[in-house]
Structures are given as structure tokens and as C-alpha cells.
Design a binder for this molecule. Structure first.
Ligand SMILES: Nc1ncnc2c1ncn2[C@@H]1O[C@H](COP(=O)(O)OP(=O)(O)O)[C@@H](O)[C@H]1O
Ligand SMILES: O=c1ccn([C@@H]2O[C@H](COP(=O)(O)OP(=O)(O)O)[C@@H](O)[C@H]2O)c(=O)[nH]1
Length: 240
């Protein structure tokens, strides 16, 4: 008997901060993070090299009231710091479950986490460690979705996996339009011209130019991550 092999060798997983909240209003839900790490551990056991870009919406939303009227760039740096907190929580949960995780930050914060250095990140991945990219792109006016596209391209990932609360890309925001239907696949140009709000246009454009496909899938659905990695039809594929 031959064991099924994963369809991808190296992937970039984007976890939104909101994915860490579980059913809470904001912050990090321990049970949710543990379940997510179990799913990641499952795919690393298949030999898949995993890098993660983590969002910050869960923490940032809790303090966003204080950012009203603030300079946009300053608020964005607060958002980036929120992603660092999530990255530390995620890496801690990974270590507790027997994975070796390394956090790399796009902004200098050496006493807390090591800086992002591309060759070092590649080395960690080759060694089977999970690399968690914190602080997004390190620049205000960007999102962690764009950071996922950027880091995905830099590390030569075969696929960007965007784990969200919805199970794919819909014709309209399913949270607002109950008649919206899900695409099983669509091109980047279609996603951009139809202004489908699931990811920002900068992220889509970067992936399109680098011919780096994205699969949007549900983080809530057990086993979905593994099915995506095995090449099964799950969520929505966005391709060049
Ligand atoms: N066309 C669309 N298809 C699917 N989801 C969409 C679409 N437009 C907007 N969304 C919204 O995008 C969100 C998923 O993105 P995610 O990155 O997880 O959230 P956030 O950016 O708020 O952290 C969903 O909550 C969904 O309501
Ligand atoms: O390259 C980046 C990535 C993130 N952010 C800030 O960090 C916040 C949290 O990131 P994001 O909203 O992408 O997180 P998610 O929605 O995935 O939880 C954003 O709102 C931005 O303010 C930023 O300024 N530059």
C-alpha cells in the first residue's frame, strides 16, 4: 500500500487574527489556537514545510476605539504590534504541541523576537521548523494578507492558504448578502475587477504577478487544512 502524498511541499498559511478569537469578542481563545496548531502539526507530519503569516484584528479591534482620530500610520504600527502578540501565542502553542516554531518580525524588536532574514527563514523551513511571520510587511497602509502574498513569494511557497471564517470566495460578502454563492475557482483578474472583498487588491495583484495561487478555505471546518494540502477540492482557488 502506498500512502497518499501531499500535493504541496511548501505552503504559506495566512491566519487572520479573528481566526484566533474563536467565539470570543476579541483576544486569543486558547481552545481555538490549540485546535489550529493540531491541524498544522498534522500537515507537518506529512512532510509539508509550513510558514504562517498571522493577522492582528482580534487584538487590534479591542484597542481600536483608542485609535479613532489617530494618525493612520501610528494606528497601523499598533496593528503590527498586535500581530507580534498573536505570533508569540501561536508559537508558544506550537512548542507545547511538539512543533518547533520560530517567530520572525518585519519590524525591529530584537528583545522579543528575531528579525526577518530571508535566508534564515528558508533554513528553518528546510529544517522542518514552522516559521511564523509577525508584523506584516513592516509598513503601514498594508495588510497581513499582502504580507502573506509577499512572504509566500519570497520563500517560494507553492500556494498561499487563506484560512478564514467563510469557506471560500463568494459572489458578494456572505455576511451581508445571504443570496451570495461560492466560487469553486476564479482568476485574480476576476477577483480584482469584481471587487470581491475577501482579500485586498494589493495582495491579489502581487500573487497574480508572481503566479502564486491562493486557496481560501474555512478555518472552522475540521480537517480542511489537510484536505487542501492533499490537493482536494476545498474552498475556492484563485489563480493567475
Ligand atoms: N466576496 C467575498 N467572499 C467571501 N468573503 C467575503 C467577500 N467579501 C467580503 N468577505 C468577508 O471577508 C471576511 C474574510 O476575511 P478575513 O481576512 O478572515 O477577515 P478580516 O480581514 O476581517 O480579518 C469574511 O468575514 C467575509 O465576510
Ligand atoms: O503590513 C502590514 C500588516 C498589518 N498592518 C496593521 O496591522 C493590522 C492587523 O492586520 P490585519 O488587519 O491584516 O489582520 P487580520 O485582519 O488578518 O486579523 C492592520 O489593520 C494594520 O493596521 C500594517 O500596518 N502593515
Amino acid at each position: 500500500m502506498t500512502l497518499a502524498k501531499p500535493a504541496h511541499k511548501r505552503i504559506l498559511l495566512k491566519l487572520s487574527g479573528e481566526a484566533l478569537m474563536g467565539d470570543d469578542q476579541f483576544g486569543i481563545n486558547r481552545a481555538t489556537i490549540v485546535r489550529m496548531v493540531e491541524e498544522i502539526a498534522d500537515i507537518t507530519r506529512l512532510g509539508v514545510e509550513v510558514a504562517v503569516v498571522i493577522g492582528g484584528g482580534n487584538i487590534f479591534r479591542g484597542v481600536a476605539g483608542g485609535s479613532v482620530g489617530m494618525d493612520r500610520a501610528t494606528a497601523d504600527y499598533m496593528g503590527m504590534l498586535a500581530t507580534v502578540m498573536n505570533a508569540l501565542a501561536l508559537a508558544d502553542a506550537m512548542d507545547k504541541q511538539g512543533l518547533t516554531a520560530r517567530v520572525m518580525s518585519a519590524i525591529g524588536i530584537e528583545q522579543v523576537v528575531e528579525p526577518y532574514v530571508r535566508p534564515k527563514a528558508l533554513q528553518y523551513l528546510e529544517e522542518g521548523k514552522v516559521v511564523v511571520f509577525a508584523a506584516g510587511t513592516g509598513n503601514p497602509f498594508f495588510t497581513t494578507d499582502t504580507a502573506a502574498a509577499l512572504r509566500g513569494a519570497e520563500i517560494g511557497a507553492e500556494l498561499v492558504l487563506k484560512a478564514t471564517k467563510v469557506d471560500g470566495v463568494y459572489t458578494a460578502d456572505p455576511a451581508k448578502d445571504p443570496t451570495a454563492t461560492r466560487y469553486s475557482q476564479l482568476t485574480f483578474d476576476e477577483a480584482i475587477t469584481r471587487n470581491l472583498g475577501i482579500m485586498d487588491a494589493t495582495a491579489f495583484a502581487l500573487c497574480r504577478d508572481q503566479r502564486l495561487p491562493i486557496r481560501v478555505f474555512s478555518i472552522v471546518k475540521p480537517g480542511a487544512l489537510k484536505r487542501v494540502v492533499m490537493g482536494e477540492d476545498e474552498g475556492t482557488l484563485v489563480y493567475a
